[in-house]
Structure formats: structure tokens, C-alpha cells
Design a protein around this ligand. Sequence first.
Ligand code: NAP
Length: 284
Amino acid sequence: MSALIIDGKAIAAKVRGEVAVQARELAARGVVPGLAVVLVGEDPASQVYVRNKTKAAREAGLTVFDHVLPASTGERDLLSLVERLNSAPQVDGILVQFPVPKQIDAQKVQRSIAPEKDVDGLHPESAGRLWAGHPSFVPCTPLGVMRLLKESGATLAGADAVVIGRSNLVGKPMVALLLAADATVTVCHSKTRNLAEVVRRADVVVAAIGRGEFVKGDWIKPGATVIDVGMNRNADGKLCGDVEFAAAAERARAITPVPGGVGPMTIALLLDNTVQAARRRLPR
Ligand code: NAP
């Protein structure tokens, strides 16, 4: 079998187009969605992420408020900036790019963001609301995965889904979303025994490990849908996912490539979350 390659770039472009339409509709009603992006320090990867997010947001018609702070910034200074953004009426979403320098407690920063502006979905209130089935902001990467699954035509109700990874950013919200979509979900992590056997039973595999080509092609059940969240460099310095792509594509029904799969979706769903946050400002 040769798998459908799920084109994350094209699907992300479609989502960004939908966001742009919504942003225009909101602007016509006097609400221009605003995203504050905060970068502390000069980590090159974070600079690239922030640049990409900012560019995509502006292209979709959002106003971006950039805040670049030196690596020596103290926790109190960052928290007071977040406080100002929490009460700034033009700011609908606040994104603090992680990781932050080590003198700053990342969890404290996540808790400081007003839940109604938590477009990254990392506030514990957002996480709790997701698990309890209340409306909430959901981290952008797992949201993007759900959209890819939908666009690929995967059946989730009753499916055996395996999520590898249990981070707050990807694995845990992924489990909550798949469960809400009526999948039977197994969560795997570094202490899981017989990972290969668990994956072999899965109709849907979401790999969010951070280890290049760790999931072997022959672990994939014929006909499964495989979503590869991992972003790694292989021995040749080339970008690769957590799944052995070519071998997995021989068996899967559908699979995401790396790059060009999940990555572009994360930014698109951040813009979508921001536009949804801006709806709060519409007159009732
Ligand atoms: P993370 O916080 O490091 O979590 C990695 C998870 O993988 C942990 O739960 C860990 O288990 C598990 N794990 C590690 N080794 C394992 C093993 N041998 N067997 C099974 N599970 C194992 O990473 P993350 O933030 O979730 O990100 C995961 C990957 O996705 C990374 O490559 C990251 O770059 C990528 N990512 C991509 C995007 C995107 O937009 N494309 C966004 C976010 C992340 P324990 O909990 O037991 O340690």
C-alpha cells in the first residue's frame, strides 16, 4: 500500500485563509484581532518561530504587538509586561515564546496570562477546561493534528488511537481531544513497555517524542493513519520526524511528512485561536 501523504502546508494555507476571512468580518464590526508576541532572549530557533508567527498573523489581517526582551530580563519584569497585556483592550491573545531563560519560572508565566487571552492553551485553567469538556483554548499543535486527521478522512469514533508522548504542549491535550472524539486512547511515554506492540494495534498513531525515526515502519498497522509531530535532525543534519517515514508510508493509509505536515498547522491554529479570542470584544 502506498499512503496518502497529508499535505500540512496546503491544509494550513486553507486554515489561514479561513482565519483571514473571519478577521475581515470582525474588523468590519470594529474589532481588529490583536496578538501580543513576547520573546525573551536570543535563542535562534525561537527567533525563527516568532518571526514566522508574526508574519503569518499580519498576513491574515491581525495586529501584532511585538515585545522583544533581553536574555537578562528578570521574572518580575516579564510578569509585569504580561499583566499590562492582560489589561490592554487591543490585545486578544498573548503568546510568550518558550523556552524562557532559566531565571524565569515558565509555569508562573503560563499562570500569569489571563485565561481569556491564553491562545497557546497552556494556562492550567485551559487544560482543566479541556479535560472537563468546557469551552477552552487548546494548544495549537494538537488542534492542528485534529484538523489534519479530519482532512485526511480518518475515522476516530471507536478507533484505537495511540499517542506517544505526554507533554503538556502536545501529548496530554492530544489525548483529551482524541477522547472527546470518541477514540479509545492509549498514552505511551518513556517508561512504556513493548511500545512496538502497542503501536501495532493502533488505527491512529500520533508520535510526539522528539527522537528521529524512533517509530519503525513495521510497527504500523496496515491501513493506520500516522501523524508525526516530531521535529528532529538526523545524522546528516536533515530535518526528520519521529517516524521512519518511507517504511511507514508503505503500510499506512495516510501519513504526515516532516517537514510539511504538522509544523505549518501549529501557526495556523494560533491565528485561529486569536480570532476566536477577539470575538469576546463583539457587542452582545
Ligand atoms: P517533550 O516535552 O520532550 O515530550 C516528549 C515525550 O516523549 C515525553 O512524554 C517522553 O516521555 C516521551 N518519550 C521520550 N522518549 C521516549 C521513548 N523512548 N519512548 C516513548 N516515549 C518517549 O516534547 P514535546 O514538546 O511534546 O515535543 C515532542 C516533539 O514534537 C519534539 O520533536 C518537538 O520538536 C515536536 N514539536 C513539534 C511541533 C510542531 O509544530 N511541529 C510543536 C511542538 C513540538 P516521558 O514523559 O516519560 O519523559
